[in-house]
Write a protein that binds this ligand. Structure first.
Ligand SMILES: [Zn+2]
Length: 82
């Protein structure tokens, strides 16, 4: 009988630890997913073409501009220059 109680307590402790560990793993997993998503989405968001400065004179041109609006210098295509 005493053995059964000991086994039961041991079992409860194991289950409790497993639940705690499982919760911790799930929380860590979600944190990791968030971190990975930030790593992936961060550079992607940064790469979305916005107004780009001219490589020659620094004039801000729209991303679709093929040539600088001030000096007429050909601008690198932000979509193809990855
Ligand atoms: Zn320019």
């Amino acid at each position: 009988m005493a053995d059964l109680v000991t086994f039961f307590i041991f079992f409860v402790v194991i289950i409790f630890s497993a639940l705690l560990f499982g919760g911790w793993v799930i929380v860590s997993l979600f944190k990791g997913v968030g971190k990975v998503a930030g790593l992936i989405l961060g550079p992607v968001n940064w790469r979305i073409p916005g107004p780009t400065g001219c490589t020659e004179c620094g004039k801000m041109n729209p991303p679709w501009a093929k040539f600088c609006r001030r000096c007429g210098r050909p601008q690198p295509d932000p979509l193809s220059a990855r």
